[in-house]
Design a protein around this ligand. Structure first.
Ligand code: ADP
Ligand code: MG
Length: 240
């Protein structure tokens, strides 16, 4: 579903991605981890065209992200992205947050958009909060709304960039639980996270990045049993 092939990217003279190659098969969950500044966010953002790249190829469901002919807005509508900082529209109610893009981008009718949005809101356990504004919700609740909003667009894949790292510890579990449910339902997911409990539970593969390189791309079992690189071993020792 997602193919990243020999991708390199520079910010001026600084090379942030170095010849990165990996893929996420339909229904698979790939966890991306590695030290801060190693290029994880940049890599995951190349997948929905938020970060252009100078070399290589990224394809999602057969569509080449970097091709000049690719309609990025249309591609993005098919890929759900959840960031660290929720990014709900603060001036819109939860229900309006859930329906806006369905109506504006997908052209769905209002009733249909509400029906779908609320079904996903129910799924993340927040149906009773549909009339609230983001500021009236906890961080964990906001993040669950952000996930429901992404799902309302019927994405072919979901990208997560450290979705729990801005949350108070007691709220991390409720967000991870929603993500575990998604993974178990067969959603194709690429997840930047240091939550190794989540990785152990649902990841198919672990990608470990260091200094812009993918230094390890292993089946979960192999990664946790014995990471091949010294950098990954040090990293694991520090965070577990
Ligand atoms: P990670 O998500 O693993 O912490 P990032 O992908 O955010 O890493 O960043 C990788 C490197 O690229 C870092 O050294 C960061 O400082 C640098 N970087 C990120 N965005 C920019 C930018 N817009 N301009 C220049 N350097 C950047
Ligand atoms: Mg990052």
């Amino acid at each position: 579903m997602i193919e990243i092939q020999n991708v390199s990217k520079w910010y001026g003279g600084f090379q942030v991605l170095r010849d990165c190659t990996t893929q996420v098969a339909r229904g698979d969950v790939v966890v991306v981890c590695g030290p801060s500044g190693s290029g994880k966010s940049t890599l995951i953002k190349t997948v929905n065209g938020l970060e252009p790249y100078q070399k290589g190829r990224v394809r999602v469901d057969g569509v080449e992200v970097g091709a000049r002919t690719t309609d990025l807005a249309r591609l993005r509508a098919r890929i759900g992205m959840v960031f660290q900082n929720f990014e709900l529209f603060p001036h819109l109610s939860v229900r309006e947050n859930l329906t806006l893009a369905q109506i504006k981008v997908l052209g769905r009718g209002k009733d249909e958009a509400i029906k779908r949005g609320l079904a996903y809101l129910d799924r993340v356990g927040l149906l009773a909060h549909q009339d609230k504004y983001p500021a009236q919700l906890s961080g964990g609740q906001q993040q669950r709304v952000a996930i429901a909003r992404a799902l309302s667009m019927d994405p072919v894949a979901m990208l997560f960039d450290e979705p729990t790292s801005a949350l108070d510890p007691e709220m991390i579990g409720e967000v991870l639980e929603v993500m575990v449910g998604l993974a178990q339902d067969g959603m194709t997911m690429m997840v930047v996270t240091h939550e190794m409990g989540f990785a152990r539970k649902v990841a198919d593969r672990i990608v470990f990045m260091d200094e812009g390189r993918i230094v390890e791309d292993s089946f979960k079992e192999d990664f946790f049993a014995a990471p091949r690189s010294a950098r990954a071993r040090e990293f694991l020792a520090r965070i577990i």
